[in-house]
Design a protein around this ligand. Structure first.
Ligand code: ZN
Length: 276
């Protein structure tokens, strides 16, 4: 799933190639009103992307699990079939195509889709005080779920949730109220630091410590990485039971998934098969 850093790189590429240019063709019909308008700005917030056009119209897209913006030269072959395209914007000699985005809408108010979100984890400056304030009001029952709560802090996805908790040796099932403010601040700053590094070195080339490494040894202590489903959406948390331990007796029963889960569920790999 694209996390905030992917959306930031996408926004930077869109800005560079089509920022300030005028739309010469826009499909489907629902976004045809963009024709003839200049692209004024491209703003990522969390996993949302808002493209602001002159005359007050904004195109809001959210990638969820499947979506991706591509840029092509006019006439260049697309890397995905046309039937998967949810928006096609032509600018002069460049075509911006968004494939398989579950949310694509034209709005008069560019702020509306992101108004409920917490501060963006990658923004500069980063409003950590506001994140902590929102975190203390959140009803997320565990640290893992808190990190994914976009109303607290926008842009952290499942990968950086797992990696940040591991980096600080924190239990994903810990109650957020049990974490003192200093460590809570450090947790968000760690996620930010890991994600900002990834703006420079894309995720595919980075090694993860725990995410996607079920059953393989923890880089710190060698204990096999475990997987547990967390929260209502059963997001998979990869963790080291030794480095991030609290006694198993204090953990909710959601970790039952762990015992059969030595493989990487998210990619459908067989247990023990190597990733790279
Ligand atoms: Zn470990």
């Amino acid at each position: 799933m694209p996390e905030g850093d992917t959306i930031w790189r996408t926004a930077a590429a869109l800005r560079q190639r089509i920022g300030g240019k005028v739309v010469s063709d826009a499909r489907p019909q629902a976004i045809a009103r963009l024709c003839g308008r200049r692209l004024e700005s491209v703003e990522p917030t969390g996993k949302h992307l808002v493209m602001q056009f002159e005359g007050g119209l904004a195109l809001h897209s959210h990638m969820r699990m499947t979506g991706a913006w591509h840029l092509y030269r006019v006439g260049e072959r697309w890397r995905q079939p046309e039937r998967r395209a949810t928006a096609v914007l032509t600018f002069d000699d460049v075509v911006a195509v968004c494939f398989a985005a579950p949310v694509m809408e034209l709005l008069a108010d560019a702020q509306r889709p992101v108004a409920h979100l917490g501060p963006d984890i990658l923004a500069d400056p980063f409003d950590l005080d506001e994140v902590i304030r929102r975190a203390r009001q959140s009803e997320a029952p565990t640290l893992g779920e808190l990190l994914l709560d976009q109303r607290v802090c926008a842009g952290i996805g499942n990968i950086y949730k797992c990696e940040s908790l591991w980096a600080l040796g924190l239990d994903a099932w810990m109650r957020p109220a049990a974490l003192d403010e200093e460590r809570l601040r450090r947790l968000y700053l760690t996620a930010r630091d890991l994600m900002r590094r990834n703006l420079v070195t894309p995720i595919a080339r980075q090694r993860h410590a725990v995410h996607g490494r079920g059953g393989r040894p923890c880089p710190r202590c060698g204990t096999p990485i475990r997987i547990g489903a967390q929260g209502q959406q059963a997001r998979l948390t990869y963790y080291c039971s030794r480095c991030q331990g609290q006694p198993a007796s204090q953990r909710p029963p959601t970790t039952a998934v762990v015992r059969k889960g030595e493989g990487d569920f998210s990619s459908g790999r067989k247990p023990g098969s190597r990733r790279r």
